[in-house]
Design a protein around this ligand. Structure first.
Ligand code: RNT
Ligand code: ZN
Length: 422
């Protein structure tokens, strides 16, 4: 697209939005301040670089596909993330899982991980001006092989995983402190039964106790915040999930932790966009795992669909963007992995821009006056305003490719770099 045309289209769009009381420049300035946390695990299909035990997955986490070029080493992963970030407007974050440890070739077990094993990641993040978030890894390990971790009936197994949780909070705090940028540590465990349980209570009592032990130490919230993520089911754990929505909603509210809402972790007709306002009433802050479930928790690449618009609208309308941490959680191994990051992240940002261009106060006023016809009429008309022209201009101003131009860069990178990986 010609620069001149992007500018002309933007000027017209700006006037059109001004007619309904929206300042597009102000919307773009707000947008630039919203970070999205890019999940490292899209780059290598949730493998990690521990080497030992890395082949065990478990917990219903499953990347499918065998598109060539996945990152085989930490250096390759960093290179790929840098490439993706160069095609995404704005400043963002990296969300790292503990199994992406830089152990220098010597296996370090999960309960023995220390901040120094993540120093190279922190240095890299600093050099790239990225914030970081963190996740203990409660899967792909012999002690998670029977499907139970923090709620395991065996005290020794539980203790091992409690130690991992404690270690991870310290690592995240080091990230937050060194980067001068709060890290969010998200706890997700796969624990659950394949078939109908007799005792639904004991595993939940054990999980509560384990979490309380992990969170016993106070950590400066400037450095680290803790989040807990619920789930409905996993492969091999279809009948009962210890950390269900009710469990973690109750846990997060009673302990004043962040709740993590993953878009794929509910019944197919339940939408997380509908849950955000309730959670924000009772939890201090919120973490999102923006994902796209197709028939199940399939973690497809996020597209610009109704639910993504709805999620972004809820965040913007709530007026609590500073209390919401936006993370992505998808992994598709059947397409170019860098394109997957770029498509999903650009879509998240586009949806936020759309929400920032909405005359929310006017809609709210109509609603308060019970003018539902007007509300519907307006919501529909807003959909065809020239939001794409603002998005293109935003990309240009942020020095990233406009429109589909990013794709040519990904193809070039594929030819030059990815295709050489075996
Ligand atoms: C699994 C959860 C969890 C993971 C990541 C890798 O169902 O969504 O968030 O996807 O921790
Ligand atoms: Zn998730």
């Amino acid at each position: 697209m010609k620069k001149q045309n992007i500018e002309r289209a933007y000027q017209l769009a700006k006037e059109q939005y001004a007619e309904i009381g929206i300042n597009t420049d102000r919307a773009m300035a707000k947008l630039a301040k919203i970070p999205v946390s890019l999940h490292c695990w899209q780059g290598d299909d949730v493998g990690g670089y521990e080497k030992v035990g890395a082949e065990l997955s478990g917990g219903g986490i499953q990347a499918t596909g065998n598109y060539p070029g996945k990152a085989r080493t930490i250096d390759e992963l960093r290179m790929d993330v840098e490439k993706a970030l160069s095609l995404i407007p704005g400043r963002h974050r990296l969300n790292l899982h503990a199994c992406y440890i830089d152990n220098g070739g010597k296996y370090i077990d999960r309960n023995e991980m220390q901040p120094r094993h993540f120093q190279s990641w922190i240095d890299w993040a600093k050099a790239n001006k990225l914030g970081m978030d963190f996740n203990p890894t409660y899967f792909s390990h012999p002690l998670a092989a029977d499907g139970f971790t923090l709620s395991h009936p065996d005290k020794g197994v539980r203790n091992f995983w409690i130690e991992h949780g404690i270690a991870c909070r310290k690592i995240a705090a080091a990230m937050g402190k060194q980067l001068d940028n709060t890290a969010v540590t998200n706890f997700w465990i796969p624990d659950g039964y394949k078939d109908i349980p007799a005792d639904r209570t004991s595993p939940r009592q054990r999980l509560t106790d384990s979490l309380d032990k992990i969170f016993a130490e106070k950590i400066n919230p400037k450095f680290n915040l803790d989040a807990v993520e619920s789930k409905l089911f996993g492969i091999g754990a279809e009948s009962y999930t210890v950390g269900s929505h009710e469990f973690y909603m109750g846990y997060a509210v009673s302990r004043q932790k962040l709740l993590c809402l993953d878009a794929g972790h509910y019944h197919p007709t339940e939408m997380i966009s509908e849950k955000i306002s309730s959670v924000l009433m009772f939890c201090p802050e919120l973490l999102l795992h923006v994902s796209r479930p197709v028939r199940w928790d399939s973690d497809h690449v996020v597209i610009l669909n109704d639910e993504l618009f709805a999620i972004a609208q809820e965040l913007v309308r709530s007026g609590k963007l500073d209390k919401v941490h936006i993370g992505l959680d998808f992994f598709d191994a059947s397409i170019n992995r860098i394109a997957a990051w770029v498509i999903g992240t650009r879509n998240m940002i586009k949806a936020l821009l759309y929400a920032l261009l909405e005359p929310y106060d006017a809609l709210k006023k109509m609603e308060q006056k019970m003018e539902f016809t007007g509300r519907l009429a307006w919501m529909e008309e807003l959909k065809t305003l020239p939001f794409g022209a603002v998005w293109d201009y935003y990309c240009m101003k942020k020095n990233v490719p406009v429109g589909s131009a990013w794709f040519a860069e990904v193809k070039q990178y594929e030819a030059n770099v990815l295709s050489k990986r075996s």
